[in-house]
Design a protein. Structure first.
Length: 609
């Protein structure tokens, strides 16, 4: 059985039982059963399943790792964490984070005015709100309003101009002054795609000179007692723990120096995000070289060591690791609409009484194919098809001959792969690469997996059923957009093998995992495909419940979202139809009824699959 790397990326969240992928929690429902139930109720196109218990699991794991590290290292301060809303702002996700993190006082990080309003709305009593990103006077004032409303707010300054705005608002209003944080620009850099988040040319943070100036400004404004936090961030999805350790030493010493300058209110250091998620399905290309426990232990040990050496009280430790919290909680499931070699089924073969010699030879190869000769006969078949296509171009065989040749060769390929499946040779591997199948999925990569398109970020993918059957087709995946970039190509270094299914008689569903971080926030309406139908799945000991249904936008809603007036468009279509002189009044009425049905459906393909 192909495990599709479950032992690498799944973290025991999903398991294989009875030929299908199951959620490894309480009643352990199969993804296929959930999908069938939704489709029985009329759902078509891709579906996004949310599992909020996985959000709570990740929050619990994060706090447990730091709690254990604090105890082991005799660290004398607390661990706090916030979720950066930029990672996923969808209501069902924010609700699950707020509920799942309530026992830990897990809070939110906001990087815009709208995110700050969401944080204020969702935050539980006692939890933190941190505010990052560039800010104008209105956003700074909103932070004061949040503090006035009873929230534990820290507004992080990204530049001296923002600090001057904070001082200005504090003088002009009677609002409660929030905690103030300083984001420091480290010399240390991270690793991987997002390494540019740190370093001397980073987008955010104060240099050493600017930090000193900030301290002077705070002292002059009598606000130094409000300086609560030093913040740094070396990048998302940190693959190597070594750069983190270097950054911790640099930031820890900056914190200690500021504390010794008389910043008595300074109590916390925020290490930002970066805790990596394992996306890869292949052990030779795993995404990170550390565990959550090792990450936490490194942070706690190094900060404790620095503070002890400087005779400075241990700071509270904050993190903003959003990807780690939500990536695993959502699964995109999409039907396969077509296998591009399905047009070559044996029943479509129409041999003539008198066939060209090479086609007779192909038919002989197909009939006599066995385990001993399959590789040899496959090579012969591939040679013959090249010759036959040349003969067609020269006009020596007709279109029916060409069709017969293609059908025979593709069936020889399929049969050869089955017969040779027990062999493990480089030649067979190369044949599979060259003879890959294309799977058309009812989804948009631009909408649901934008990081694959933009960054070539791999997402674990596997069928949710037929798992007791060996998958032998080297697979590339095509989406339904009219864009050649809407493809996940077959990669021999990270091979994906799928099943050869007759879609006329069987459904075939693929699941993409770890899609809960950034994909929805970044999803593009390319070709006007929008967010898929979304469902939250709650499990108990004996069954499961599907709640929080969020339907994909229908066609009229889609055009409205682009700035068009859907009512005007619909009226224009009605006018064109009723004014037609080529059809009867009954035909006009029937066609208009059909049009109304279509424009109130979502934009994904509605097939029998």
């Amino acid at each position: 059985m192909n495990q599709y790397g479950l032992d690498i990326w799944a973290n025991d969240n999903f398991i294989i039982k009875n030929d299908e992928v199951h959620v490894n929690h309480k009643s352990q429902p199969s993804l296929y059963d959930i999908t069938k139930e939704l489709r029985t109720n009329g759902t078509r196109g891709p579906i996004l399943l949310r599992f909020p218990h996985l959000i709570k699991k990740q929050i619990t794991t994060l706090y447990a790792s730091y709690s254990n590290a604090i105890e082991r290292n005799n660290y004398h301060a607390n661990f706090r964490a916030v979720f950066p809303l930029k990672v996923n702002q969808f209501p069902s996700v924010v609700e699950a984070i707020s509920d799942g993190g309530e026992d830990f006082n897990y809070g939110f990080e906001a990087g815009s005015k709208a995110e700050l309003i969401l944080a204020m709305n969702a935050n539980k009593t006692g939890a933190d709100i941190t505010i990052n990103g560039f800010k104008d006077k209105e956003m700074v004032t909103l932070a004061f309003i949040a503090a006035q409303s009873g929230h534990n707010v820290t507004i992080t300054i990204e530049g001296l101009g923002e600090l001057k705005t904070i001082i200005e608002v504090s003088r002009e209003s009677n609002l409660k002054i929030p905690n103030i944080g300083i984001r420091v620009r480290l010399h240390s850099t991270g690793s991987g795609t997002w390494a540019k988040s740190a370093g001397m040319d980073a987008k955010f943070g104060l240099t050493s000179t600017e930090i000193l100036e900030a301290i002077n400004l705070l002292q002059d404004a009598n606000l130094l007692s409000h300086l609560y936090m030093v913040h740094f961030h070396i990048g998302s999805q940190i693959s190597d723990i070594s750069p983190l350790k270097k950054a911790l030493r640099e930031a820890g010493n900056i914190y200690a120096e500021i504390k010794k300058m008389g910043a008595d209110g300074l109590e916390s250091i925020n290490i930002g995000g970066g805790l990596a998620v394992e996306y890869d399905q292949h052990i030779k290309s795993e995404s990170k070289n550390y565990s959550v426990d090792e990450f936490a232990s490194s942070v706690v040990f190094l900060l404790g060591e620095i503070m002890d050496a400087k005779s400075v009280k241990h700071p509270n430790i904050y993190t903003e690791s959003g990807r780690f919290i939500v990536a695993s909680h959502s699964v995109l499931i999409t039907p396969v609409l077509e296998l591009f070699t399905q047009d070559y089924q044996e029943e479509l073969l129409k041999l003539k009484d008198d066939n060209p010699p090479l086609i007779e030879e192909l038919n002989y190869l197909y009939q006599k194919l066995n385990k001993e000769n399959c590789i040899e006969y496959l090579h012969d078949a591939l040679d013959h098809i090249e010759s036959l296509l040349t003969l067609f171009d020269l006009g020596y065989i007709n279109l029916q001959d060409r069709s017969n040749a293609e059908i025979l060769v593709h069936n020889i390929i399929k049969k050869s792969l089955i017969l040779s499946s027990s062999m493990n040779t480089d030649e067979l591997t190369q044949l599979q690469v060259n003879l890959q199948e294309r799977y058309l999925i009812n989804a948009s990569i631009f909408q649901s997996l934008p990081d694959y398109w933009g960054l070539k970020q791999h997402f674990p993918v596997m069928p949710i059923h037929y798992l007791n059957t060996k998958a032998m087709r080297a697979a590339s995946i095509w989406d339904i957009t009219c864009d050649s970039d809407g493809e996940i190509g077959f990669n021999p270094d990270k091979p994906l093998y799928l099943h050869d299914i007759n879609l006329d008689n069987q459904d075939y569903f693929l699941a993409f995992f770890n899609t809960g971080a950034y994909q929805e926030a970044l999803g593009m309406s390319h070709n006007l495909f929008t967010h898929p139908n979304e469902y939250t799945v709650i499990m108990n000991e004996d069954s499961y419940e599907i709640i929080n249904e969020l339907e994909s936008k229908n066609i009229l809603e889609i055009v409205d979202s682009m700035g068009y007036n859907s009512e005007e468009i619909l009226n224009k279509l009605k006018k064109d139809l009723t004014g037609s002189t080529f059809i009867t009044e009954k035909e006009k009425t029937d066609t208009l009824t059909l049009l109304k049905v279509f424009v109130h459906q979502n934009g994904y393909l509605r097939t029998t699959n």
